[in-house]
Ligand binder design. Structure first.
Ligand code: SF4
Ligand code: SF4
Length: 356
């Protein structure tokens, strides 16, 4: 399993230029260097040298990171900040009973029992048959909402959708530093995937997409790492644009869109939003700024998270639209939580599929 010491060179490659400070949503509020990549790396260097010890205080600084990856996009040293924060959190996780308890609860109750119970009320849609076939990784979202929308839209693009019984991608375990739990999810994924002779996987949730793309770097087993290197993971918007799928909504409607941090192909989404007839897309200010979901569970940091939620909400309200669409189950939850019934939130694919 990867450990913090494996990232020593990356941590040392930080030049302390401070560019990460200009984009980090947390630093913008706290102004405290301990809450942004540059400061995190100073602390982690101390930890690796044995000058500092992992402590609840250090973990609290690491925990404030939303894992939005905004700093990595600007970092001249090209450091994958999220991987390092997770490896550091894994050091804390190993010795923390409360973190293990929370992880157990998330794994077995929230993403296990609750999601599986909700899936009992969803009937799986059957796909039409086409030469081009993809496997749909719907994660928890498809268990709760079903796979109808994805089947309807990809079938319209001439693509057959196969929906294997994949389980949760494990992103919450990864973010907490529960790497053993995360690896358990990776192995389950590999085992199911080996039953199909298809290498194209389609996702609709940005968090699932990020997790699946991380699998080949974080899998413990050499076999799984090799196997995963040949798997192509794309989100549905790449297929929609590549097939020039232009849909017509029954009635005109105005919408805005929140871009999840883990989506890299906003161009494809914008193409889809702009080429769907009767859909009037109004881009909100800072449409690509983190919704703050990773902060929801940080009740101690409520003041900081409230600031992030407030500015996202204000930007949504400025557009004057009734519908905010997104493409991540986590973002949906965060946007709904602070909507105060001023707007409705939906997944873009579900929204479009229910109106054509
Ligand atoms: S932008 Fe990158 S190199 Fe510069 S201080 Fe931040 S983490 Fe270090
Ligand atoms: S990942 Fe996001 S929240 Fe974390 S340090 Fe980088 S910019 Fe800040």
């Amino acid at each position: 399993m990867k450990q913090l010491k494996d990232f020593k060179d990356n941590i040392h490659s930080c030049s302390k230029c401070g560019l990460c400070q200009s984009v980090c949503p947390i630093y913008k509020i706290t102004g405290n260097d301990c809450t942004v990549s540059r400061g995190h790396f100073v602390m982690l260097r101390g930890l690796l040298k044995g000058e500092l010890k992992m402590s609840p205080k250090l973990n609290r600084y690491l925990d404030l990171c939303l894992k939005c990856g905004a700093c990595s996009k600007f970092c001249p040293s090209d450091i994958n900040v999220v991987d390092i924060i997770v490896a550091a959190k894994a050091e804390y996780f190993k010795h923390s009973f409360s973190q293990k308890l929370l992880s157990f609860f998330q794994k077995n109750f929230v993403f296990g029992l609750c999601v599986n119970f909700l899936s009992l009320f969803r009937k799986k849609a059957e796909s039409k048959t086409f030469d081009k076939k993809v496997l749909y990784f719907g994660g928890c979202s498809s268990k709760i909402k079903g796979n109808n929308a994805v089947v309807k839209i990809l079938n319209a693009a001439g693509i057959e959708v196969i929906t294997p019984p994949f389980s949760c991608c494990g992103i919450s375990l990864f973010a907490r530093g529960d790497l053993r739990g995360f690896n358990h999810n990776i192995e389950k994924f590999v085992k199911i995937l080996k039953q199909y002779n298809i290498t194209d996987i389609v996702t609709t949730c940005a968090s699932c997409e990020k997790s699946l793309k991380d699998y080949s770097r974080w899998a413990e087993s050499d076999d799984s790492r090799e196997f995963l290197k040949n798997i192509k993971i794309k989100n549905i918007y790449e297929y929609i644009r590549a097939n020039e799928l232009k849909l017509v909504l029954r009635k005109p409607v105005e919408v805005t869109f929140h871009k999840p941090c883990n989506i890299d192909n906003y161009d494809d989404i914008k193409w889809f939003l702009s080429n769907t007839t009767n859909l009037n897309y109004i881009e909100m200010n800072d449409f690509d700024k983190c919704c703050g979901l990773n902060g929801i569970s940080k009740f101690r940091e409520y003041r900081i998270m409230a600031e992030i939620f407030k500015s996202k909400r204000e930007n949504i309200l400025k557009t004057g639209v009734k519908y905010v669409l997104t493409s991540c189950l986590g973002c949906e939850v965060a946007l709904k939580l602070f909507s105060r019934n001023s707007y409705r939130v939906d997944d873009l694919i579900n929204f479009i599929a229910s109106r054509i």
